[in-house]
Design a protein around this ligand. Structure first.
Ligand code: ADP
Length: 562
């Protein structure tokens, strides 16, 4: 399929080139002929004009006789001048400016000199014709000689130019013929090649058909020997037609396949374009991701720096806190010694240990002792808090019988409860557990809580101090009153140092708001947890729960549960 197309394209290309070259050559030939024609015309014009002028002068001179007056031919000589000028212009404009080779150019230029000499002699002859006949004849004879030379020069020039242009013409024609020959050769070669390829293709294409025809004829001969030769031929021809149709079908299907392939190719290109777009978008996302990661790195570094700064600030604060606790601990200790002395001496004065004193002084001594105790309690609380915060509070772990602890607390606070008109009830399970704890501190905790309950409970109310064991082995001690209660939002505050609820009772009961803070710290030191549940106007319950591993039961005695 491809070979005939290439052949056709080659033939067309060759034809185009051949036509182009031929028209070029013809144009050149035309140019040369035109040039030859123009130059020949110019030369013959010049020769004619010169001949006319020369003949006219001759006639004028011949007409001169005795009656011709001097100067009569002056005007004619001026006219001659114009004619000669005209001829000279023609030589200069049409001849010398033409494309001449050096020899021709020299000859053409020489014509001008000859023409001038001719003009001078002819003019002189005209001017002297009435004056000196003999001289006129001689001068005119010179002019005639020059006229002849001019004519033969013009002829020579014409011959040279003709010769040159003829030679050019011949060369151009030969070149053209050669080109036409070459292209014709090529053309014939391509046509022959095409014919050969056509024959070759025809042989290939018809090989199978010819084989098929032979096979069919063989089969028909074998199976239907009776069928006439014409009948066989018809059958073979029909079969071959069928085969050709099938080939046509195959060609159509091939065409369809080719179209599908072209479509697939287009789709493939579109897919490539889409892929390229996606790749570009992906690169963009990657870049953005890298930028985000870089920003996150910056953030992480800033966070690390902030954490370092916070740690260092924390250490500084912890150091400052430890220094403060040290200071408070030392100061409290320094204060307690003289305070104890003051209280001791005040009590001695009050008791009139060294002889009787006036009742007023006795009253003052009691005030000094009470204020001293108050101050001592405060200093003791501050000392305890600073010791706990400085981690310097030493605990004396031992197994403690809760019964004993509860009894001691009751003994200590019984009188105060009685003074306040409040009933103090102790509730312990039948089997009282033992607690692994610091006896002094657990007592301090319970006294603090009972003391608060006494402070904020009304007369004729009951305060219950109880212990109960949970199923999981934990132990809870609680102090419950039915006093003024604490609002829920105030509970976190009263657990802080110096935290108090602002109400009228506060003024009555004094205190500085350290009791619950110390109690909570001590409970936690003893592995316990403190919780406050309260309702304003109905009372407060403070519970302390210790883990199972801190509780024990004396051997041989069962447990009781809350
Ligand atoms: P304070 O020395 O002032 O009693 P606390 O820390 O022991 O210091 O108590 C802080 C505040 O908590 C008290 O001033 C009081 O307002 C409140 N509070 C403590 N216990 C009770 C209670 N049982 N009933 C009502 N209010 C209480």
């Amino acid at each position: 399929m491809l070979a005939p197309i290439i052949g056709a394209v080659l033939i067309v290309a060759l034809a185009v080139v051949l036509i182009g070259r031929t028209s070029d050559g013809l144009e050149k030939l035309e140019n040369i002929s035109e040039q030859e024609h123009q130059t020949g015309k110019t030369l013959s014009d010049i020769a004619n004009q010169l001949a006319v002028t020369h003949a006219y002068i001759h006639d004028l001179l011949a007409s001169v006789d005795a009656e011709t007056k001097e100067g009569e031919l002056y005007d004619e000589s001026k006219k001659l001048l114009f004619d000669i000028h005209d001829i000279r212009d023609k030589i200069e404009a049409d001849l010398i400016t033409a494309e001449l080779v050096p020899d021709e150019h020299a000859l053409a230029t020489n014509l001008l000199g000859l023409l001038e000499s001719y003009r001078i002699n002819a003019t002189n002859a005209l001017l002297m014709a009435t004056v000196d006949a003999a001289l006129t004849r001689r001068v005119m004879s010179d002019a005639t000689t020059q006229f002849n030379i001019l004519n033969s020069s013009l002829l020579e020039l014409s011959r040279l130019i003709d010769e040159r242009l003829d030679k050019n013409l011949a060369t151009q024609q030969t070149a053209m013929l050669a080109q036409v020959g070459v292209f014709a050769g090529l053309f014939i070669a391509v046509v022959i090649a095409m014919l050969l390829i056509g024959v070759f293709l025809a042989r290939i294409l018809t090989r199978d058909l010819r084989g098929l025809a032979a096979d069919l004829e063989g089969l028909l001969d074998h199976y239907s020997p009776d069928v006439s030769t014409d009948g066989k031929r018809r059958l073979v021809v029909d079969t071959l037609r069928y085969a050709v149709d099938r080939v046509g079908d195959s060609y159509t299907s091939l065409e369809r396949t080719r179209e599908e392939l072209a479509r697939s190719n287009t789709e493939l290109r579109e897919s490539f374009a889409t892929l390229a777009e996606r790749e570009y978008a992906l690169e963009k996302v990657n870049t953005e991701l890298a930028e985000t990661v870089a920003r996150q790195d910056d953030l992480i570094q800033a966070q690390v720096r902030a954490e370092e700064a916070r740690d260092s600030a924390l250490q500084t604060a912890e150091r400052a806190n430890a220094a403060k606790s040290d200071f408070l601990s030392n100061m409290s200790h320094e204060l307690r010694t003289p305070l104890n002395a003051i209280i001791g001496f005040a009590d001695m004065i009050y008791a009139a240990s060294f002889g009787p004193i006036g009742s007023k002084y006795q009253e003052y001594a009691r005030d000094i002792s009470l204020s001293g105790h108050h101050l001592l309690d405060l200093v003791t609380d501050i000392l305890d808090i600073s010791r706990v915060e400085a981690g310097k509070l030493e605990l004396n772990w031992e197994r403690v019988d809760l019964q004993e602890i509860f009894d001691a607390c009751e003994t200590m606070l019984r009188n105060r409860a009685a003074d306040a008109g409040i009933q103090l009830e102790i509730e312990l399970p039948d089997v009282v557990p033992h607690l692994e704890t610091d006896e002094f501190r657990i007592r301090q905790i319970l006294i603090n809580l009972i003391d608060n309950a006494l402070k904020f409970s009304p007369r004729d109310s009951v305060i219950r101090v109880s212990a109960a064991r949970h199923d999981d082995g934990r132990l809870t001690l609680s102090v419950r009153d039915s006093g003024i209660g604490i609002a829920e939002e105030d509970i976190p505050r009263i657990l802080e140092k110096f935290g108090q609820v602002r109400n009228s009772h506060q003024h009555t009961h004094g205190g500085v708001g350290l009791g619950l803070a110390i109690t909570k710290l001590l409970v936690e030191l003893l592995d316990g947890e403190m919780a406050i549940s309260s309702e304003v106007g109905h009372g407060t319950t403070v519970s302390i729960t210790f883990p199972e591993h801190r509780t024990f039961f004396p051997p041989g005695r069962g447990a009781s549960y809350c």
